[in-house]
Design a protein around this ligand. Sequence first.
Ligand code: ATP
Length: 335
Amino acid sequence: MYSIEAQGLTKDFKIVQSREGMKGAFRDLFDRQYRTIRAVDEIDLRINPGEIVGYIGENGAGKSTTIKMLTGILQPTSGDLKVNGYDPHGEREQFVKTIGVVFGQRSQLWWDLAVRESFRLLKKLYSIPDEDYHRHLNRLTEVLEMGPLLEQPVRKLSLGQRMRCELAAALIHQPRLLFLDEPTIGLDVLVKENIRRFLKQINEEYGTTILLTTHDLSDIEALSHRVVMLDKGKIIYNGGLPELSKQWGGGPRLYLELKEEWALSALQDFTKDISAEWQHIEGRCYRVGLTGPDPSVSEVLSRVVPHASIKEIRIEEAKTEDIVRRIYQEGVPHA
Ligand SMILES: Nc1ncnc2c1ncn2[C@@H]1O[C@H](COP(=O)(O)OP(=O)(O)OP(=O)(O)O)[C@@H](O)[C@H]1O
């Protein structure tokens, strides 16, 4: 059984379309016009138990809407959906016991209560047996180093401390599937690192499936086995991160500092029969993108060396962030 199995999953929102001017506003009062926005457009998605999948996309791509359907908050307009074997919206009561949710911006802890009291309430809510609760809470307290935080009211916690408690709250009932929305937003590097280590640990130890939505690609790089990229409600990439770099990274780039400044057109001339993209950085510094399958660094150098003297050479691998930004900007050509 898949943790998540969606087929043709779609969500439309009907929104009121306002007419212009005073007259329009007046007409709107009596005769409303609606427009439909397709936020999620027939997506097919299968996630196996134990996978960590990064769900990425630009603002407005439809990530939150998908997560809301997967967690049962929103009812899909059409399509088939099973999460942990349940229809998330239709069988909400049993279903929520099998998932954990952390939304970076929202808290599921009670602001004025001590952290331990919030956990007690969750124990009741999920009907967790005493023994399981204590064993699991002790383990979470140890791994997330929450000991000194348990008696403090939530409102007194720092963001990093609160996020650790949020994670514990989402996992207290040992869900098989964890949804994380921007789990490291606003956290400093050290806390981010700890949280990522913890997530890896629970994934390995308990086989918890994790679906992670984030704008911070280093979260994805550190954690995900697979990345699913959404654009205008459609999945445009579903695969590994290294493959993404290989497919759209444009290969390595060559950084050259020449002894003299050359006109870009002259340098382009040297390599005009191979797919090398020249860029003038500043002064005597240039960057050459090796985009096609054929050109190699040595090929480019062999064209340049007879004409121009080189002061410094560096090979730069394309960064995931740059690749993803490029895909967002240019789209996936053969999606
Ligand atoms: N309740 C709603 N009513 C009308 N339109 C909505 C509603 N929720 C989302 N939308 C629209 O659906 C589209 C997808 O929004 P969604 O919030 O799912 O994107 P997102 O990828 O999560 O973006 P972000 O990264 O900014 O959170 C957007 O065009 C948004 O304006």
